[in-house]
Design a protein around this ligand. Structure first.
Ligand code: SF4
Length: 167
């Protein structure tokens, strides 16, 4: 962990968020689809997100039956990256924000896989970020300036400032 004394906000930009997660040791949240977000069709069928629309087994119910819907949402289990073979031992696991079970399902019919293209992008970005952070942190004045700018960016682009909500 490169920083533990600055409370950065969780900002809605995958690259800046990855930088902050690496620097603070903060873990990227698992996808909250099915818990904090849902998708429903014109006929009222409810799914964890739009990417699961073709996965009938993921249907949580219909808005006409509120009780069933509540039971299914409460018992809905989020998938952790540790359950995915490719992710379990990946160096980027704790800060990867590209793994998306819905898109994995769409591309390979299984949520327990990774989308190779998204994965390649995430690994390339993460490697580049780590490399550049190492260069910046070698130099005390660059390091100070970088932290100062990141902190300002984090304040300006926080979900609170952008949308008026806490992250
Ligand atoms: S980079 Fe790929 S393998 Fe690593 S955690 Fe992300 S999706 Fe999984």
């Amino acid at each position: 962990m490169l920083l533990d004394d600055i409370k950065f906000k969780l900002i809605p930009n995958p690259i800046a968020a990855t930088v902050i997660n690496i620097m603070t040791g903060r873990e990227t949240n698992v996808c909250p689809a099915g818990k904090r977000s849902i998708f429903y069709t014109a006929s009222g069928d409810v799914y964890p997100c739009q990417l699961y629309y073709t996965a009938k087994y993921k249907k949580l119910g219909n808005i006409s039956d509120e009780n069933e819907l509540k039971i299914n949402i409460n018992s809905y289990k989020l998938i952790s990256r540790n359950e995915i073979n490719e992710c379990a031992n990946c160096f980027a696991k704790s800060f990867c924000s590209f793994w998306c079970p819905g898109s994995s399902y769409l591309f390979s019919n299984s949520e327990y896989t990774v989308n190779k293209v998204r994965c390649l992008i995430e690994r390339s970005i993460a490697e580049r970020i780590i490399y550049n952070l190492a260069l910046i942190f070698e130099n005390e004045s660059k390091k100070r300036k970088f932290i100062q700018n990141l902190s300002r960016y984090s304040q300006l682009y926080s979900p609170k400032n952008l949308w008026g909500v806490d992250s």
